[in-house]
Design a protein around this ligand. Structure first.
Ligand code: ADP
Ligand code: TYD
Length: 203
């Protein structure tokens, strides 16, 4: 099973992905917990190119190419081998992030994103959990972390508002999405996520 975690910055994806991975392992599942951009040595190198530096360092079009290049390497080296071995893959962000962050927020580039995706990636997760919450709170949470990877957070709150709306539009359009209210306590969200995923794994 291939599960992606999506949502705006600071919505708790990384925290919840880690908790789900630990809980599934405790239940005896073999789990690969990975992330984008990154998740393979080559893709991690591309990660620092796209997440560090000035917000206007790259155009949205150049970013589409960089994120898709990173995803292709991640798919070849990490995701496909894990799926083939029957493991549960938990991926912190996947192609929906490109659809939103590059496809919608800085002009309508959705068609370009989808064409490149179909050509170079060609798979979707079985299940996508959308961690939905108020961007002001998400951004405050994200800014509380000490990291140099702030290029997208520096686009500001309006940008994150657009991202939230675009994620919710994708969720309405595709059955593989489940929207999670991410504004609640960590343990409450984790319990809902585990119940949902364990239910799908046993069905
Ligand atoms: P994301 O991966 O979506 O950017 P993180 O999991 O890194 O989000 O969480 C961002 C920050 O918010 C972290 O410092 C984390 O400890 C904190 N956090 C995560 N979930 C919650 C929550 N439900 N309530 C309060 N703080 C949270
Ligand atoms: P991530 O490390 O998940 O950040 P956070 O934990 O703050 O949510 O992702 C870093 C940034 O990269 C995030 O702001 C979204 C952006 N991003 C894209 O713009 N396009 C993409 O295809 C991906 C995977 C991420």
């Amino acid at each position: 099973m291939f599960i992606s975690f999506e949502g705006i910055d600071g919505s708790g994806k990384s925290t919840q992905a880690r908790l789900l991975a630990e809980a599934l392992q405790a239940l005896g599942h073999e789990v690969v917990h990975t992330r984008e951009p990154g998740g393979s040595p080559g893709a991690e190198e591309i990660r620092s190119l796209v997440l560090e530096g000035d917000p206007d360092r790259w155009s949205a079009e150049t970013e589409i190419l960089l994120f898709t290049a990173a995803r292709r390497d991640h798919l070849e080296k990490t995701i496909r081998p894990a799926i083939a071995a029957g493991k549960v893959v938990i991926c912190d962000r996947f192609a929906d992030s490109t659809r939103v962050f590059q496809g919608v927020t800085r002009g309508d580039l959705q068609d370009k994103v989808n064409r490149l995706h179909n050509e170079m990636i060609g798979i979707e997760p079985d299940l996508t959990l959308l961690f939905d919450m108020d961007p002001a709170i998400g951004l405050a949470r994200a800014k509380g972390r000490q990291t140099s990877e702030e290029r997208f957070e520096d686009f500001g709150q309006d940008f994150q508002e657009k991202c939230r709306a675009a994620f919710l539009d994708l969720a309405k359009a595709h059955d593989r999405f489940t929207v999670i209210d991410a504004g609640r306590e960590i343990e409450v969200v984790a319990k809902e996520v585990l119940t949902l995923v364990a239910g799908q794994l046993s069905s």
